[in-house]
Design a protein around this ligand. Structure first.
Ligand SMILES: [Fe+2]
Ligand SMILES: [Fe+2]
Length: 260
């Protein structure tokens, strides 16, 4: 089976390119499943119920979030009700939303997915290593295809997670930095890995936000509105081929679709 994972969707430009490009990518690249990180989809931070519905209607089968999971509080009922969206698994047990989900790919394969926050240079969260053990133990053993979106700042921590889970999940792909890394590979145990798959949004920006606003605040300390930028919109992600019988990845390819 073939999975496309789309990196942090930022604001309307990111949503629009997902809605335009995903149906075409599904057909042209014969994708069986599309999962996307939507933590920045609403105005650059958070996710709303309407945007959740738009992304699902565009062909996104599963949605992950990150440190901005609750920035738009109206998403909480969606997190509690819907079966194809997950909050970071290493938040407190009381946090709203499911910690892992299964979706059925177009070839019939059941795919489990979850997301976790890194601990380095991030707000406090439980150990993603211990929580990964707990999540993987909870997923039914016959669900062999398992995917982790590791939402982390440090490449070292992402590599540690990839190596820790090698042979236990089909792929560990990173998000959060909004910059794609050129390290996609298959580890010896059959886990596809990439520190970060990059951003889906405007590249004429600082991580998706207007350059002038971000620089002004950085240089003067005066607060500004970090509006989402609008130029040079791209969809970034990675396509992973997985053997459904074993759950092992057989190929990984970085993708970057320009908004031409
Ligand atoms: Fe993000
Ligand atoms: Fe993030």
């Amino acid at each position: 089976m073939r999975l496309l994972f789309i990196g942090d969707i930022v604001g309307r430009p990111g949503r629009d390119i997902v809605c335009r490009a995903v149906p075409r990518l599904v057909a042209e690249r014969k994708l069986d499943l599309v999962i996307a990180n939507a933590e920045n989809a609403a105005g650059g931070s958070g996710l709303t119920p309407d945007i959740y519905r738009d992304l699902i209607a565009a062909g996104v089968d599963g949605i992950t979030l990150g440190d901005h999971v609750y920035r738009r509080r109206e998403i909480v009922p969606v997190l509690e009700r819907e079966s194809n969206i997950v909050r970071p698994a290493n938040l407190p047990d009381e946090a709203s939303g499911r910690v892992w989900a299964t979706v059925t790919a177009r070839d019939g394969t059941s795919v489990a997915f979850f997301t976790m926050l890194g601990q380095l240079f991030m707000k406090p969260a439980d150990s993603p290593f211990r929580i990964a053990d707990r999540v993987l133990a909870a997923i039914p053993s016959d669900v062999t295809v398992r995917f982790l979106d590791f939402h982390a700042e440090a490449t070292s921590e992402a590599q540690m997670m990839g190596r820790y889970l090698d042979g236990r999940v089909s792929a560990v792909l990173g998000t959060h930095t909004h910059v794609a890394t050129a390290d996609e590979c298959i580890f010896p145990g059959g886990t596809a890995f990439q520190c970060d798959v990059g951003m889906t949004g405007p590249f004429d920006s600082i991580l998706g936000r207007r350059i002038d606003r971000v620089l002004e605040t950085r240089l003067t300390a005066n607060p500004t509105q970090f509006d989402v930028a609008d130029g040079d919109v791209r969809l970034c992600g990675s396509i992973v081929d997985i053997d459904p019988a074993t759950g092992r990845a057989t190929a990984i390819e970085r993708v970057c679709v320009c908004d031409a």
